[in-house]
Design a protein around this ligand. Sequence first.
Ligand SMILES: [Zn+2]
Length: 287
Amino acid sequence: MLVSAKEILIKAFNEKYAVGQFNINNLEWTKAIMTTAQETNSPVILGVSEGAAKYMGGYKTIVGMVNGLIEDLKITVPVVVHLDHGSYDGCLKALEAGFSSIMFDGSHYSIEENIKLTSELVKITNEKGVSLEAEVGSIGGEEDGVIGTGEIASPTECKAIADLGIDMLAAGIGNIHGKYPENWSGLDFNALTEIKNATNEKPLVLHGGTGIPENMITEAISLGVSKINVNTECQLVFAEATRKYIESGKDLEGKGFDPRKLLDPGYKAIKAIVKEKMELFGSINRA
Ligand SMILES: [Zn+2]
């Protein structure tokens, strides 16, 4: 069933595990993630960036696809359709189309403007029973191929945003989007503890889940991280499995060119990595 992220993250926070957000790009991606959640009895969050929404046709197409799969495949575990790094306008459009959760990324505004826009969205999402994720500071990413450490969010700013009534907070603790560089200095657990103490038990979100060592993930969860975003890793395993299929000439054998066959290795690779992450995050059998 389609639910807001609010309850499942409060439960995750209290019971010390994390729910994975896996970003989707098409039907195969969505089906792979949802069926894995059902098979493992895990709650799941489907992340949709504005770019991915545009690619798939639009927000309504996505809500229609997810609701259709829930019904046709008899998915009974909690499924969240969540806008990832939304603009203010993107948030309004996703809400109108029926998304059950949104993230407003106001990190590129001044903290005053971020507070103003986030509080407007708190009002709207509360009325609709939709969950809201906000971001403080910005999560680093690949820029010109140079990345040292990700940004560390200010605990004071985190408190200001958390107190507005949001449901979960993304705050930089040295994490970054995309692949991590060789010389990455790791997550800053002191910063995470300070943010946790400042935000009064608000479920925290870890972006850039790809490539963070498992022991750091486990420690982050023990310190209040209840939602972990995984995107790049699914893309990497999908591409690798598809390349293997083509390089071994399987698309040239019989009806190997059939898209249902061509995309199947990538589909299975996504299922395997999603299950692995759910095990690591501790969300299996928590539906
Ligand atoms: Zn992110």
